[in-house]
Design a protein around this ligand. Structure first.
Ligand code: EZ4
Ligand code: CO
Length: 404
């Protein structure tokens, strides 16, 4: 028995980028970790945890994961939202870590055991020119990846989402006050199909290809893009439209057979229940950290399984190794796993969060350590103080604010 929670600490560290981590400790000396990182809004979640959650955790039975989730969700009255749900996620993830360590089992065993041998991941190939992109795809193939997301610079635009300065470690949060990018849907729609055509032509039919439109199109524009990409057989077109409007996907669906993925900004099942039950999407990209932890992500994926929607959890670098480990345990266990995004963390981040998950042959394996298999080196973390960094904003060429 792990017993009651006697300590709860929020650790903010910036080994290259900001991470917020909750560490819980029980009376038996068992510790659990949960990721609470919300890119560009880190201190809001840290304050939510410190001011409103941590005081309610001390003395609580660490074994009662579901009850604690319900307490934090129903008990807040102000439900949902990325700040609240990331805070709940951190507590939930840390409690699963503790339960695993208490049982002497990796978390995936607590979730029903493995449903597959490993977790197939996709990497991010990106470059300014088509030639750069082809070189980057080749690099991922050489590294063993079986699935690659393809993002390219758009002629006429100075910066484009997904195209970074550092190829392996893409980080869009680049300034304390948001930097401003310029967007043109016309330029984008004219160019992107030519890039995917070249990549498919060079690499043949077996490599799985993906593309992220990053919430910038209207439904009919997305329908047109989906149709234009059909010959290149994408595994998915991601975030075609801003997804507050779940009904918007009906229009896209009427026009294209390109599979659709969405959900990295969703916080609860209520953001995607219609998308799932009406089969308007193929992959739901909700994550452990932003969608209420392992407990709530599994609830979303169970609903998705009933409707033949598969998982495709967000795995960008702004989700810490604690979230990545938790995602891998879920991915290994659920029947309807699809694909896991995997952007490598920097060496500094990996040193602050030593972890047992490993990449081999295009797959990640969470390892068999009890719990999540991730630690936090607090001494090292303390050497990297918080640095304000925001995600950019987007304007059309005439200055109109647009979705980033
Ligand atoms: O822009 O995680 O699919 N991945 C993505 C990411 C998001 C960042 C935002 O913090 O869309 O690159
Ligand atoms: Co995305």
């Amino acid at each position: 028995m792990a017993g009651r929670i006697v300590d709860a600490r929020v650790v903010v560290t910036c080994p290259g980028r900001n991470f917020v981590t909750l560490r819980l400790e029980t009376e038996d000396g068992i510790t659990g970790l949960g990721d609470a990182t919300l890119n560009g809004r880190e201190l809001a979640v840290a304050a939510y945890l410190t001011e409103h959650v941590v005081p309610t955790l001390i003395g609580r039975d660490s074994a009662r994961i579901e009850d604690t989730w319900q307490y934090l969700y129903r008990g807040a009255y102000w439900r949902r939202g990325p700040v609240t749900m990331s805070a709940i996620a951190a507590v939930d993830t840390a409690l699963w870590d503790i339960k695993g360590k208490t049982a002497g089992l990796p978390v995936y065993q607590l979730l029903g055991g493995r449903s597959r041998d490993g977790v197939t991941v996709y990497g991010h190939a990106n470059g300014e020119t088509v030639e750069d992109v082809l070189g980057e795809v080749a690099r991922y193939v050489d590294l063993g990846y079986r699935a690659v997301r393809v993002q390219a610079g758009i002629p006429g635009l100075t910066t484009t989402y997904g195209v970074g300065r550092d190829r392996l470690f893409y980080e869009p949060a680049d300034a304390a006050i948001p930097s401003e990018a310029t967007w043109s849907t016309e330029r984008y729609l004219a160019h992107v199909p030519t890039v995917l055509a070249r990549v498919r032509q060079e690499f043949g039919p077996e490599l799985r290809l993906l593309h992220d439109a990053h919430h910038r199109l209207t439904p009919i524009e997305a329908a047109r893009l989906g149709r234009a990409l059909e010959p290149f057989a994408l595994t998915w077109l991601e975030d075609p439209v801003p997804a507050e409007l779940q009904e918007g996907f009906r229009l896209i669906r009427q026009h294209t057979t390109t599979p659709l993925a969405v959900g990295e900004v969703f916080n609860t099942v209520w953001d995607c229940h219609r998308l799932i039950t009406e089969q308007l999407i193929d992959y739901v990209r909700t994550t452990v950290v932003h969608a209420g932890g392992i407990t709530h992500l599994r609830r979303i994926l169970d609903l998705a399984a009933l409707h033949q929607v598969r998982s495709g959890s967000h795995g960008a670098t702004d989700l810490s190794p604690v979230c990545m480990a938790a995602a891998l345990h879920v991915d290994l266990a659920v029947p309807n796993f699809g694909l896991q995004e995997y952007m490598r963390h920097t060496e500094a981040t990996d040193a602050v969060f030593p972890h047992s998950y490993r990449f081999a042959d295009g797959q990640l394996h969470p390892g068999d350590e009890p719990g999540l298999g991730v630690d936090l080196d607090e001494e090292l973390a303390a050497r990297y103080p918080y640095r304000p960094a925001s995600l950019p904003v987007n304007r059309l060429e005439d200055g109109t604010m647009h979705d980033w």
